[in-house]
Design a protein around this ligand. Structure first.
Ligand code: GDP
Length: 534
């Protein structure tokens, strides 16, 4: 195969492009306002001109097809995995973490493909379970986190209480960049703690266009708002006295978290988030390979697959591998090498992910996300490179919380059944566990979200021609154990030990209480947390 000629590009060009990138994901519990915030970000960055295209006033959820339609209308780059838009000369890549209904391992894996996270918190609810789970993965990756307190237009907790909650539950020291003027439900604007002054927000009809912002001095704010301003100023002074000021180095080390207050639905405070991303969030930087060596961003092309999407329709083309570009320039038509097999992978179909009509980015740079089509041979965690070999560390495997026993609906199809399960395991769609007791043809599937089972059912039936039966198993919690402990655990009630295909021994427990009781009764038995552990 002849390699297409690489467009000439200098190391400086690549570095400049990498430096312009901000690649992040929003982590939030369902209903905290992620879709609303996403749309508000696009609105403020002028990537769309009216809110409501994706997130209707009736609360209609945005869907991939809405995004695709929007992409065609607005010419912004959208895939089902990432949205790219420009703001203040910076290229922002917002990588999607699928919401509640489709919570799965993909949601966690996305966090290995980003350089920062925005933790979106509902002002009345505080930190919710799903946010905490995702946050735990951020912590394990050492990702810098910007916290956004949303829905400040509604009654909620006090701002200081929320700061305590963040510090107590995440261990991050909150360093507010803005501070709300007016309690939750009375959102006049924010005190800007970076360049002191008051930013007043004024609603636009239906919140459909960017809120009007006006900046005034502290003196004018006191005259206008009286006690509300004085309270905000006093609380901000208290935060300062206690060391809660932004410190870039500590933020990048994931020790502190800058905090912003907003009302995404009214477009209040959204500008400030974009500015914070540009000014404080890290650009695409050198990444460590499996040996710990840093691969500079301005070297030869490299990237890794963090998500594979398959079987959404019957077409063969419909195996899409989403690649995070780590170094060098990607250009459509490149023939890359798949590190795990040494095989070539032609990228000629890469552009199709970006919509039919628009001029698709023919190139991508460090920090960008590329959807490679026809990628049946690629799997989650695979590294790809142009000429200088590199292998990035494997993506972490997460603690399953849902378990199903699987069997073929038609035993004569056992070959298709086996092939299908192996392939789905290989792609990272589901975790596959077995035990001698259950036998080879009766694996147990483990997932972090129930939707993963729907994908298995769909793909087993349509891609592999092997109908399946699934039986829900009464386990809720998994811990890593070792051979010596396995025999003892297996003899206990409401506990089962299985071997995952990566050879990890997993002990499954019916309830967290059962797990605690066993751990207490047998302190010498090995029961380790799997990631994330919250
Ligand atoms: P997601 O599930 O995190 O994507 O949340 P959505 O963006 O769908 O928002 C959930 C609900 O909260 C919707 O009814 C939104 O209109 C509402 N919402 C989002 N942001 C705000 C806000 O700033 N203030 C108020 N009052 N409601 C909001």
């Amino acid at each position: 195969m002849t390699r297409p000629t690489t467009p000439t590009v200098s190391n400086v060009d690549i570095f400049t492009q990498a430096y312009k990138r901000r690649t992040f994901a929003v982590i939030s519990h369902p209903d905290a306002g992620k879709s609303t915030l996403t749309e508000a970000l696009l609105l403020h960055a002028h990537a769309i001109d009216r809110a409501g295209a994706v997130h209707g006033k009736a609360g209609r959820r945005g869907t991939v097809s809405d995004w695709m339609a929007m992409e065609q209308a607005r010419g912004i780059s959208v895939t089902s995995a990432a949205i790219q838009f420009e703001y203040r000369d910076t290229m922002i890549n917002l990588v999607d973490t699928p919401g509640h209904a489709d919570f799965s391992e993909d949601t966690f894996r996305v966090l290995s493909a980003v350089d920062a996270a925005v933790m979106l918190v509902d002002a009345s609810k505080g930190l919710e379970p799903q946010t905490m789970k995702l946050f735990e993965v951020c912590r394990q990756h050492g990702l810098p986190v910007i916290t956004v307190i949303n829905k400040w237009d509604r009654p909620g907790k006090s701002a200081l209480d929320l700061m305590d909650e963040i510090q107590d539950r995440t261990g991050l020291v909150p360093t507010p960049l803005t501070w709300p003027v007016g309690f939750a439900g009375e959102f006049h604007g924010v005190l800007d703690r970076q360049s002191p002054g008051f930013v007043r927000f004024t609603r636009t009809p239906g919140g459909a266009t960017a809120a009007i912002e006006a900046r005034t001095t502290a003196t004018a704010a006191t005259a206008e708002l009286g006690q509300d301003w004085t309270n905000a100023a006093e609380e901000s002074a208290l935060l300062h006295a206690e060391g809660h000021d932004h410190d870039e180095a500590l933020f990048l080390r994931a020790t502190t978290t800058p905090v912003l207050f907003c009302a995404a639905v009214l477009n209040f405070g959204v500008h400030q988030l974009l500015d914070a991303l540009v000014e404080f969030a890290p650009p695409a930087l050198a990444r460590a390979d499996i040996t710990g060596r840093q691969r500079p961003v301005n070297g030869d092309f490299s990237g890794f697959v963090f998500k594979v999407q398959s079987g959404m329709n019957a077409s063969h083309r419909d195996h899409v591998a989403f690649v995070r570009v780590c170094s060098g320039m990607f250009h459509r038509g490149m023939v890359l090498t798949q590190a795990s097999t040494g095989r070539p992978f032609a990228t000629k179909y890469a552009q199709q992910m970006f919509g039919r009509e628009r001029t698709m980015a023919e190139q991508a740079w460090p920090g960008d996300i590329v959807g490679l089509i026809n990628a049946a041979s690629l799997r989650v965690g695979d590294s790809l490179y142009d000429s200088e070999p590199v292998e990035y560390p494997p993506l972490p495997v997460f603690a399953p919380e849902y378990f199903r026993a699987l069997s073929p609906a038609d035993t004569s199809k056992h070959k298709q059944f086996r092939r299908g399960i192996d392939q789905l395991d290989h792609e990272g769609v589901i975790q596959v566990m077995r035990s001698d007791l259950r036998g080879d043809q009766a694996p147990v599937l483990g997932a972090v979200g129930p939707m993963q089972f729907d994908v298995v059912e769909e793909r087993m039936t349509h891609d592999f021609g092997a109908g399946i039966r699934m039986e829900t198993l009464p386990y809720q919690i998994a811990r890593r154990t070792d051979r010596a402990s396995a025999g003892r655990l297996d003899s206990l009630r409401q506990v089962e030990v299985l071997t995952r295909s990566d050879d990890t021994l997993l002990a499954l427990f019916s309830t967290p209480w059962r797990f605690q009781a066993v751990a207490r009764e047998f302190p010498d038995i090995v029961l380790e947390n799997l990631s994330p552990s919250v």
